[in-house]
Structure formats: structure tokens, C-alpha cells
Ligand binder design. Structure first.
Ligand code: HEM
Length: 132
């Protein structure tokens, strides 16, 4: 029996270069989100360090990186923000554009979009989506 395939799954997080790459991506992503007049307001009362932390956490989650986050759940963290689907989609577009600009492989970007779809109901405020 030949073993030519990876037997240990390598996360996208590792494939793109781990924490340092996520940090670099956060810089680009951050600029895009805050330059978007429809989105900047969400972060108006959040200090810069926390904004970057939020974006780094978000990127790490969607890239399947280590879950070092021990804070509130996604639904709990976002419910009071009343984020409509349209704004969630915009953030996702900024994320996709960021990853594309940084040369992240298309298969990873496709999976990121899948994860964004999976967690959408926890983040957007469109009624009792998850019932969780
Ligand atoms: C996949 C999508 C997302 C993930 C994984 C994510 C992740 C997180 C996490 C983990 C927190 C809690 C941070 C903490 O309590 O320290 C948080 C808070 C927050 N998120 Fe997100 N987020 C996502 C989407 C969004 C979107 C679309 C927006 C706005 C349009 C947004 C705006 C915020 C804001 C303003 C906070 C509150 C920060 C605070 O209260 O200090 N997030 N997010």
C-alpha cells in the first residue's frame, strides 16, 4: 500500500502561513471594513486593538485555525448589533477580496465562503434563526 496522500489534515490556517499571515491579512481586511461607510459604524465604539483582535479571530475561525477564543459565542457577541444579512455579505466580500489580493488559493477561498455561509445565522439578526 502506498501512502502518497496527506493523512494528517492541514488546516487552511496553516497552509496560508499561520498567525503571521493572518496578521498581514487583518491589516488589509481592517482597512477595507473601516473604509466601508456601511460597516465602519459597527466598530465606532470599539478600540483599535479590539477591532484588529475581532478581525483576527474572525479570520482564524473561518480558516479553521486554532480556536483560542474563549469569549462569548458568535450569536451572543453579535445579537445586540442587529447586523442585517446585507452587511454580513459585505464583510464577507471584503474578506474574499482581501484573500484574493494576498494570493490565497482559490480552494481555500471557496471553503472560507462555505464557512461564512454556515455561521451566518449566528451573526446576522434576522429573527430566531438558529433557535439555539
Ligand atoms: C464569520 C463572521 C464573524 C465572526 C467569526 C466574528 C467573530 C466575532 C467574535 C469572536 C466576537 C467577540 C469578540 C469579543 O467578545 O471579544 C465578535 C464581536 C463583534 N463583531 Fe464579529 N464576527 C463576525 C462577523 C461580524 C460582522 C459581519 C460584523 C459587523 C458588520 C461584526 C462586528 C462585530 C462587533 C462590532 C463586535 C463587538 C465588539 C465588542 O463588543 O467589543 N462581526 N465577533
Amino acid at each position: 500500500m502506498t501512502v502518497t496522500e496527506e493523512v494528517t489534515p492541514v488546516s487552511h490556517y496553516e497552509r496560508i502561513g499561520g498567525a503571521s499571515s493572518v496578521k498581514a491579512a487583518v491589516e488589509v481586511f481592517y482597512d477595507k471594513v473601516l473604509a466601508d461607510p456601511e460597516l465602519a459604524g459597527y466598530f465606532a465604539d470599539v478600540n483599535m486593538a479590539e477591532q484588529r483582535r475581532h478581525l483576527a479571530l474572525m479570520l482564524t475561525v473561518v480558516l479553521g485555525g486554532p480556536n483560542e477564543y474563549a469569549g462569548r459565542g458568535l450569536a451572543e457577541a453579535h445579537q445586540s448589533l442587529h447586523i442585517p444579512v446585507a452587511h454580513y455579505v459585505k464583510v464577507g466580500e471584503h474578506l474574499t477580496a482581501t484573500l484574493t489580493e494576498l494570493g490565497v488559493p482559490a480552494d481555500i477561498i471557496a471553503d472560507v465562503q462555505t464557512v461564512l455561509g454556515q455561521v451566518q445565522d449566528q451573526v446576522v439578526s434576522s429573527g430566531n434563526g438558529t433557535g439555539a
